[in-house]
Design a protein around this ligand. Structure first.
Ligand code: ATP
Ligand code: MG
Length: 747
């Protein structure tokens, strides 16, 4: 087994995997196998140190990374064992602990998770109520920053001095009060409250034997505290990270956590990895040109293990539209040239900000290239899905007044906006949750001070009836986990939802209904008790203070777990990955969300000043690192481009990071002219079969039109020789009109 786990690792990686040191830091550049090493270390601890999987915590940065890592570990130690690991994002691990033990720190057992949109809506309302002229997004960001530092609203109130601070402090306090009253935790609270829990209920983590963290350079203060608390009984920590890839400073990530850790644990063993196994030599050289512009950075070279390969391509296009069309044509051309060896899923378009995706999406859509958005228009953000989820959330946590106010008159039941506003205000004055208040009115136990019209009263009663019906269903059989799908079905039926969609969305009601069907499928899955167990990995948490594990799997916890998991599944990509999406799709992602990932072909469009570096960014060095992170996602081909006019038709100047003498000469010297194809090498890199002869015939036909442009292979075998030898190589001199190909593993 050890041989299996260690095979395919270099000696520094093996040292890190097998080290006896309690605290290990692996610091290394992109693509050097940090994540691979961390994964192997987990497998090693399980197989050779006989650690139990439920005593190991593994933190990844995204849900996708967690899924991938679990898959890899499974190969070494088997399905059963891998399933029992406490592996996930900081947030999902915190959620598990809070669901299990939160009652000990006064959390409601059915607490809900407020996602970004929810918490922003709350802030907006407070600002409106208090007639303040503060930007809601900024105020929300500021609250998050305070929480990331571990400062709660009361602590902040005690220290603030200026009027401006006091104004913000009031928003922070109201916001927190509103969350508490609604029994909601926002993302930051998950971490904060988990810290409180682990500080006061230390025995919760008495069993933890090892803690492993990926992408450590982007942890913030509260995550650092959480790490220390997870390891409070035994200091066994392995972290991997890269200071050059720190890109979450804007969200309070603290790069100094690396040195802080060495100070807290002076015996920390630091291991460096040097070779890059991901990208071609040329891509690394280009990336190096960018990161080296940071003069404060200690010089460090990226060492390629792959051949030099194809030069990255830098293009200027007249405008954003043309840039998008060019990008799509390149995707198609590369596919044709490689005989469809490259599938859409081999391509990624990485953007500085999600807003840039619109033009790209339109061009891809028109050309019929299947794509998916990461962090953009999310499945759970679709109107029909959000509405149904709001119903489920209110059924689960009726005190969630935000969600309640949103759905009270949707679908329309004649409870007009003025009535809703009046009810919200009255409930607030009576310091009663909105739900309790309207239920009393609907049931005739209380009178509203505003006159409610008879039709509105009927609507209100109907609404209260639906929620009560849902709750009754959710609590129907106390000894059985709730079938989430039954509750959802009940809501759909009571709302006559299919008819509602048909009437309201004449154009696309069918696709909206199929989204609903998709949600039903998910709910069905979550209703399976085994699946529920695995969502929370209940069996892996020890019982404390009489909170039996069994308790969690009864009553309406299935619903609460289902909803909390949705709140944490932040991207459609993550959802698609979790479902094992079959259709090959190109990825459009922000660079931030692409961290840790890799693709054969990467495009970074919109490289202009104002986009990257972003006009609102405070730290130019972080912006540069962001470009570096984007570039180092590419394995074989990297395209950078910029339009002369952006999508708002404003003049755009090529990014200052690219507009540097070293960078310009790098691209000019070797220009966008040389292209070389060795598909076999690429196939090896990707671990796939080479294209079939007939697929290659198509490519050859294209190439045959342009005989003069064949190019010899780096002074090795001329193209024609190569083509003869393996029947698949080809190369071209000009980018226009036909392109390129590529090898990172030139054979
Ligand atoms: P990032 O900083 O971008 O997260 P990383 O250091 O985590 O990168 P990995 O994602 O672990 O790097 O590895 C990059 C690629 O290199 C992966 O495809 C991985 O399988 C491969 N790789 C890592 N180590 C080796 C090795 N010793 N031999 C061959 N391939 C390797
Ligand atoms: Mg990694």
């Amino acid at each position: 087994m050890a041989g299996q786990i260690l095979s395919g690792l270099n000696s520094a990686q093996r040292d890190a995997v097998t080290s006896d040191a309690d605290v290990v830091q692996v610091l290394a550049p992109p693509g050097s196998g940090k994540t691979k090493t961390l994964t192997a270390r987990v497998a090693y601890l399980l197989a050779h140190r006989q650690l139990k999987p439920w005593n190991i915590i593994v933190c990844t940065f995204t849900v996708k990374a967690a899924t991938e890592m679990k898959e890899r570990i499974r190969k070494f130690v088997g399905d059963e064992c891998a399933k029992q690991l406490k592996l996930g994002t900081f947030h999902s691990i915190a959620l598990r602990y809070l669901k299990q033990y939160g009652v000990h720190i006064g959390l409601a057992k059915d607490f809900g998770v407020a996602d970004t949109a929810d918490s922003k809506a709350i802030v907006k309302r407070i600002i409106r109520q208090n007639d303040l002229s503060i930007d809601a997004g900024q105020a929300r960001g500021r609250i998050s920053t305070q929480k990331a530092k571990g400062i709660d609203s009361e602590q902040f109130a005690r220290t603030c001095k200026s009027t401006e601070q006091q104004e913000f402090s009031q928003i922070y306090q109201d916001y927190q009060a509103m969350l508490d009253a609604s029994e909601l935790l926002d993302y930051d609270d998950l971490l904060l409250k988990c810290c409180t829990l682990l500080r006061t209920q230390r025995q919760c983590v008495a069993n933890i034997e090892a803690l492993l963290i990926d992408e450590f350079q982007d942890t913030n203060n509260i995550q650092y505290q959480l790490m220390s608390l997870f390891a409070q009984h035994r200091n066994v920590i392995t972290i991997v990270g890269d200071p050059d890839q720190s890109i979450y400073g804007f969200r309070s990530a603290e790069i100094k956590n690396l040195s802080r850790m060495r100070e807290s644990w002076p015996d920390t063993l630091t291991i460096n990895l040097e070779e890059n196994y991901r990208s071609s030599g040329a891509i690394l050289l280009a990336a190096q040109h960018i990161i080296e512009q940071d003069e404060a950075r200690p010089p460090k070279k990226l060492q390629a293990t792959h051949a030099f390969g194809l030069r990255p391509i830098l293009r200027k296009l007249p405008h954003a539209q043309a840039e998008a069309e060019w990008l799509v044509s390149e995707v198609k051309r590369l596919q044709t040239l490689t005989g469809n060896l490259l599938q859409p899923s081999d391509f990624a378009v990485l953007l500085r900000s999600a807003a840039l995706s619109r033009v790209m999406e339109a061009a891809l859509g028109q050309a019929g290239v299947p794509y998916r958005m990461v962090g953009g228009s999310r499945f759970y953000d679709r109107v029909e899905i959000k509405l149904l989820l709001d119903y489920l959330r209110v059924i689960n946590t009726p005190t969630n007044s935000e969600a309640l106010a949103r759905i009270i008159n949707v679908p329309a039941r004649r409870v007009g906006e003025t009535t809703v506003k009046a009810l919200v205000e009255e409930a607030r004055q009576h310091r009663t949750p909105l739900w309790i208040y309207i239920k009393a009115i609907a049931q005739g136990n209380r009178r509203s001070s505003t006159r409610i019209h008879e039709t509105a009263m009927l609507g209100l009663r109907k609404f209260v009836g639906i929620i009560l019906g849902g709750r009754a269903k959710a609590e129907a059989n106390p000894s059985q986990p709730v079938a989430v799908v039954d509750v959802l079905n009940l809501v759909i039926k009571k709302l006559n939802f299919e008819k509602y969609l048909t009437e309201h969305y004449k154009e696309d009601h069918e696709s909206r209904w199929s989204n609903v069907e998709e949600l039903l499928a998910q709910a069905t899955e979550a209703s399976d008790p085994a699946r529920l167990q695995s969502l929370l990995e209940l069996s892996t948490l020890p019982a404390i203070d009489g909170v039996e594990q069994a308790e969690l799997s009864t009553k309406d916890d299935a619903l609460s777990v289902f909803l909390a998991n949705i709140a944490l599944t932040t991207t459609s990509l993550e959802k698609a990955e979790a479902d094992g999406e079959k259709v090959s799709q190109l990825t459009i992602s922000t660079i931030h969300a692409a961290k840790g990932l890799e693709w054969p072909v990467v495009f970074i469009p919109a490289c202009y000043d104002g986009s990257i570096p972003h006009s609102r960014a405070e730290d130019n060095d972080e912006e540069r690192r962001l470009l570096y992170v984007g570039m180092t996602r590419a394995q074989a081909v990297l395209y950078l481009s910029s339009p002369a006019r952006n999508s708002q038709r404003e003049e755009a100047v090529q990014s200052t990071f690219l507009n540097q003498p070293g960078v310009i000469s790098f691209f000019e010297e070797h220009g966008p002219s040389i292209s070389f194809a060795a598909t076999k090498g690429l196939a090896t890199t990707l671990g796939r079969d080479c294209p079939t002869q007939s697929e290659l015939e198509t490519c050859k036909k294209i190439l045959d039109r342009d005989e003069d442009n064949y190019w010899p292979l780096n002074g090795e075998a001329p193209f024609t020789e190569l083509a003869k030898a393996d029947g698949i190589g080809f190369g071209m001199q000009n980018m226009q009109p036909a392109t390129v190909f590529i090898s990172t593993n030139t054979t």
